[in-house]
Design a protein around this ligand. Sequence first.
Ligand SMILES: Cc1cc2nc3c(=O)[nH]c(=O)nc-3n(C[C@H](O)[C@H](O)[C@H](O)COP(=O)(O)OP(=O)(O)OC[C@H]3O[C@@H](n4cnc5c(N)ncnc54)[C@H](O)[C@@H]3O)c2cc1C
Length: 394
Amino acid sequence: MMDHDVVVIGGGPAGLALACSLRGTGLRIAVVERQPADVLANPPSDGREIALTHRAVRLLQEMGAWQHLDPAMIAPLRAARVLNGRSPFALSFDPAGGAQDWLGQLVPNHHLRRALYRTAFEAGDGPAGLELVAGVAVDRVRTGLAAARVTLADGRELRSRLLVAADSRFSKVREQLGITASINRLGRSMMVCRVAHDRDHGGVATEWFDHGQTIALLPLPGRTSSIVLTLPAGEIERIASLDRAALGAELTMRSAGWLGRCTVVEDPHVYPLATTFAQHFAATRAALIGDAAVGMHPVTAHGFNLGLQGQATLARLIREAVSAGRDIASALLLRRYEAAHRLATRPLYTGTNLLVRLYTDDRPLAGVARHAVLRAGARLPLARQLISRSLMQR
Ligand SMILES: Cc1cc2nc3c(=O)[nH]c(=O)nc-3n(C[C@H](O)[C@H](O)[C@H](O)COP(=O)(O)OP(=O)(O)OC[C@H]3O[C@@H](n4cnc5c(N)ncnc54)[C@H](O)[C@@H]3O)c2cc1C
């Protein structure tokens, strides 16, 4: 039996971020991750480009992870535009601070994960109090008033004062804690693919809701972009299996010449779309963070941003409890975490799902409604500014 103060299940970006945020507290922390340590230290590309808000960048800087990112891999998002069908009208979002400002910063997910791993386990003051239990999955968890117990697939047992589930949107730990979640499988998949192209993107992201498809063009360094295509699952599988030349031609055609001719520079990755929201973010001696708490639709690029915010809230409450000599997993502390994180996530989760419904509805009336929403947005500069601010989350 290994004793810890905190056991974090899942060494994804949310779990690693919490481990970073708790450095220096003197707590004995274990991160359990089923992938081997060398994969965590050098994760392969998963094709995701994470658009980070101002707040997320600040949190990453404060925990020391931003400094571990290769600056050549960071691409500023200078503006965004939303297009509806063949209409020439575009709703634009610009940063509030003028030309030098940015809406977000795009960072490849695997670079983010590598930076968080380095910060947690390799950086400066060393891994004191922090242990990585890698290459083994969690099999079972039980929590009680005195302690939480975690049984690993190899039979080892860990006991802790607080258990944190960061094991993805289909969290098994959440299930074992008896917490239900609303899970919406959308029947559509998202294909992400890095391309080089002829035209300059100018640092502008384009989200285009066309008949039968949604396509986003995310500006990366130089003349490269990430194309994010959403279609019914079977159609995406067909397109993703094309050879690179045929895929480039398909993406050039589907992006309607916005970027000129596209050449595929990295094989595509496919993500079946599902959104999830846990009924509770806490149970006796346990908390949910990251996608295990809220699995956002990627279209508004909020998932990891909210995950970062949630772990920061939990870490702040734990730090306060440590300083005051109080229990780090008291019912009051966990209730405060749940209330704060619900307030931060529920409106965005609901709003994003409404947006997705409106923009994936191919009936003619929905097209008219979309157009009306975009026009109304353009006529209300204040609303546009509010949306820009919420995108940027200062
Ligand atoms: C295409 C795409 C684009 C996106 N773009 C953005 C964006 O622009 N901005 C943004 O903010 N977010 C974005 N997101 C969302 C973001 O990627 C997720 O919110 C984030 O990865 C969630 O991190 P997590 O650590 O909670 O979960 P995960 O990344 O799912 O990690 C969970 C970890 O738990 C481990 N695990 C699972 N079960 C066990 C077990 N039983 N035992 C041990 N370990 C276990 C897994 O191996 C994994 O490492 C995007 C998502 C997608 C799919």
